[in-house]
Design a protein around this ligand. Structure first.
Ligand SMILES: [Zn+2]
Length: 510
């Protein structure tokens, strides 16, 4: 009887290894079989190790198992594997984001994971071997076998340069061994952010601005999860941006390379002088320069504060004179109210940042009937690949809504001396190579975002040299690196920090 339970326990461990690590089923058959052996041996070793710890095992097996079931679900559903970014998301996600993913299927899967874990804990109690020498022998034997199998496969695969198979058995990919590494990276990132909290104030560097009466309203719109190639004005065959297409003062810089593929990371690149190559900012945000020169500054957001590892982002934004996180249930259009109020009541130059909720997953939750242009758009989280057309339709509807939102902002600013710049924080994967969402693996489309600049007629009249510079920059290859410098340039600000090569208002000649 005991032997039977022991046998079933071993079987459950092998099953767990094979189940939790879905990435191995995308390998060629020989690679899959080899990696399957490796993950099963590792899982057996871990199972035996946990079973040696009385009491703790009763909690640990269900915990590991629920996490493993969830990891398998997210990989199968979105092509997302555990990384420090997904861990950060898990720790910092807000209620709205969690709700987008919390489906009955996921709840059922988590429940099944917990039950499976309890069964493992129960089975593991059946071979509480009294003979300590035997126990020690089993432990050493399993450990040696594990090291032999894992190291052997690892060295062999590295030698034969079979990259995918090799990566699939890296400890940073195999669940649950991937958890400590992701946690370490997450804490490391949070520490790095912490260290940067006291960035030098860029306003202390000599800078100058236009006379009071010539200072414009600069609006910087931070988009969310918008992929450049889904905009009609970027050549997408669907009319997702019909209203933008009619704007004569709109400058489309095409595809812009993003600083990162998560909000948290990209915002650092968008708000500071950090560049894609030199990733650590040297100074605080351009908001401080605007403050120092006497412009009124504001930040209005449809998102939540970013959380622990995004503390730097929150700090960069907090220096704005008016900071509002608007959670009144409405969508991005509610950002127009404080914008309109500021544009109509404040005299002189202003910098207004609008942070959208944009095209974040789940796409269909970001628009109502007014913007349901592409149908059918009903999909289930669990079958994104099968509902691929519907997912694309829903995503395109969010772009269609963005089109109206941006024109809505322009409408509030048309009779003012005003300019706006729009860039998304990162793109989103929409099923290419089976990958959805962003931030969990390096996919080209997650780094390709739109960059648009629009100016009012009055702005063109008052700042012809800036508009000429912008027009001559069209066609340049652009990235988030340009934002810091261009946003200062748009406000007519000169600073020694400003890199003319990155300032799109300076034109192509530089
Ligand atoms: Zn984002």
């Amino acid at each position: 009887m005991r032997l039977n339970k022991f046998f079933f326990f071993l079987l459950s461990c092998a099953f767990a290894g094979a189940m939790f690590n879905q990435q191995i089923y995308e390998l060629p058959v020989w690679g899959m079989l080899l990696d399957l052996v490796v993950v099963c041996v590792l899982s057996l070793a871990l199972g035996l190790l946990i079973s040696l710890v009385p009491y703790v095992r009763v909690a640990l097996f269900p915990l590991v198992s629920a996490g493993g079931f969830a990891a398998a679900y997210f990989y199968k559903t979105f092509g997302v594997s555990l990384s420090y970014d997904s861990l950060a998301w898990l720790v910092e996600a807000n209620r709205f984001e969690v709700n987008s993913f919390l489906t009955p299927s996921l709840m059922g899967i988590l429940g099944a994971g917990i039950v499976f874990g309890f069964v493992q804990a129960w089975l593991s109690g059946s071979f509480d071997l009294k003979n300590r020498r035997l126990k020690f022998g089993i432990f050493v034997g399993v450990l040696a076998c594990t090291v032999f199998v894992y190291k052997g496969a690892w060295i062999g695969l590295k030698h034969f340069k079979v990259q995918k198979t090799y990566e699939a058995i890296s400890l940073s990919r195999i669940y649950p061994f991937s958890v400590p590494k992701a946690a370490r990276m997450y804490l490391h990132e949070a520490n790095e952010m912490q260290k940067m909290l006291n960035l030098p104030d860029p306003a202390t560097v000599p800078c100058s601005a236009l006379p009071q009466e010539d200072r414009p309203i600069v609006t910087f719109i931070i988009g969310e999860s918008v992929q450049a190639y889904h905009l009609g004005i970027n050549g997408y065959p669907r009319e997702t941006t019909p209203r933008l297409a009619k704007e004569k003062n709109l400058l489309n810089f095409g595809v812009c390379r993003s600083f990162g593929n998560t909000t948290r990371v990209s915002l650092v690149g968008m708000l500071t002088d950090a560049t894609i190559k030199k990733r650590k900012p040297r100074h605080g945000s351009f908001i401080k320069i605007y403050n120092g020169l006497g412009y009124r500054t504001a930040f209005y957001s449809k998102q939540n504060k970013i959380g622990r590892s995004g503390q730097l982002t929150d700090m960069l934004i907090s220096c704005a004179q008016d900071v509002q996180y608007i959670h009144n249930g409405g969508g991005d259009f509610t950002l127009l109210d404080p914008l309109e109020h500021a544009a109509n009541t404040v005299k002189g130059g202003q910098l207004i940042l609008l942070h959208m909720s944009g095209s974040h997953f789940s796409y269909k939750k970001h628009y109502g009937d007014d913007f349901r242009k592409f149908v059918p758009d009903a999909y289930e989280n669990e079958n994104l690949a099968q509902y691929h057309d519907e997912v694309i339709n829903a995503y395109d509807n969010t772009i269609y809504k963005l089109d109206s939102f941006l024109v809505g902002v322009m409408d509030k600013l048309r009779d003012k001396d005003a300019v706006l710049i729009y860039a998304s924080d990162h793109g989103d994967s929409l099923g290419k190579r089976g990958v959805f969402l962003h931030g969990t693996s390096i996919q080209k489309e997650q780094y390709e975002v739109p960059l648009l600049i629009w100016y009012s007629d009055l702005y063109a009249q008052k700042h012809p040299e800036i508009v000429a510079g912008l027009r001559s920059s069209l066609g340049k290859s652009v990235s988030h690196d340009n934002l810091y410098h261009t946003i200062l340039g748009l406000g007519g600000i000169q600073s020694q920090l400003l890199d003319p090569k990155l300032d799109l208002t300076r034109g192509k000649a530089i």
